[in-house]
Design a protein around this ligand. Sequence first.
Ligand code: FRU
Length: 499
Amino acid sequence: VSGPEQYRPGIHYTPRRNWINDPNGLLHHNGLFHLFYQYNPLSSVHANMSWGHASSIDLLHWEEHPVAIPCDANEQIFSGSAVFDAHNSSGLGTTDNPPLVAVYTSAYTEASPLAGRQAQSLAYSLDGGTTWAKHAANPVLDRGSANFRDPKVFRHTHGEASYWVMVAVEAEAHTVEFYRSDNLTDWAHLSSFGPANATGGVWECPDLFELPVDGDPDTTRWVLVVNLNPGGVAGGSGAQYFIGNFDGTAFTSENTITNSSATGQERLREYGWLDWGKDYYAAVSYNDAPDRRRIMTGWMNNWDYAADVPHGPWRGAMTLPREVTLTRQHGVIRPAQRVVAEVDDAFQARPSSSIGPAGIPGGIQLLTTHDADAPQRIDAVITRGTATEFGLMIRGGNGHGTRIGYNTSTGCLYLDRTKSGVVAFNPLFASIESVPVDLVNGTLALRIYLDRSSLEVFTADGLATITDQIFPLETTQELSAYANGGSATLDSLTIGYLS
Ligand code: FRU
């Protein structure tokens, strides 16, 4: 493929045309995954924010629908969430036909009497999410704030009690505000969390959910997700997490760091991050996913350069959906992520695409060419020998390529996209990301998803991920291995394509 569709991913969601940012209203209902998102129906810049809509039965194939909640003269429809109000607690539907309710941020325009404010509003659907009407008495929660946004609402049941909980941010104050309601319209303040850990930018798009630790239903923790822009670990936008407890009223964090001697970038690296790349932002999870799975998706972009990425008739993409679990490692509870099985299982190795074992002498060694247009999963196991650095070069050729490798002196996996292809559209794009990773018996196992204009790298059983966009030149189709300062061994490499 060449021309304007050259960078269109095959399995990452993109709209046919125009701008998108955050995923919104993620909800599984009646066998469908609903993906709403920040959308400009008119052009490829961030303006006229409305909720676009797509749905999928399997998180792999997406169908785009008409705009769900359009902006108007008085308000832009900023980020938020959606719930199935099964008992019609809101009264917006009927007992026989209970509504889906979207809770979004009204960002009031100059034309509105509430100009300059951000408050929380409702829209509802009585036809399973196809058409939406705004609640007549909006907003339902107005603190008089200019930066109160991105409500995530979910049903919370503990003991005898069951009620709706909302988490939303005071973006500039770096707090998450907790509210409860019985009817989605009257909200009572419960508590406030923050500032804590990374506060180098606004706090946006929070999420809160409970997960078992290592699959044990009797040992659970709550994860509070706080997206941050700028001030993320890779620069610009990033998704930070806190792990702790939520007692129905307040969240207490177990991984807040208050007494570190580290400063600047080193300090940021001590905090919890869902991803260490530059392109995982506004990550939030689905409500009501089957089997109590916790599935998250992020906007695969960064406010540092989102306005400039050379996409095509559209601008912006979602990451692959990821299933999140909690696991204890060296006594510390951490999130582990994998691409959902629905997507992961779709990749199958072609007989000719398995390579290794093979020595990687010092330097760079061509392994094969890879199909530039096809979404693919590359699984590689590499054992360090005498090399100080080793890894793979993806979409290489003519002096270009993206390096995904391990640096034995820093103990980090890194992704270097400084020579990945088209990089000059914004000075902040050409970057090197890294995440601390322990080798296991000297071995690094990588699972890499390449989909034309993106790389999502998973390692260490999903404890470390790096998500980065790339815009390779059409002619760069080499897949190579490299070792610096000595040799390494490629134990195995397999390329899986969609079956
Ligand atoms: C995050 C964000 C949200 C806001 C939305 C506006 O990327 O800034 O805080 O609701 O985008 O499009």
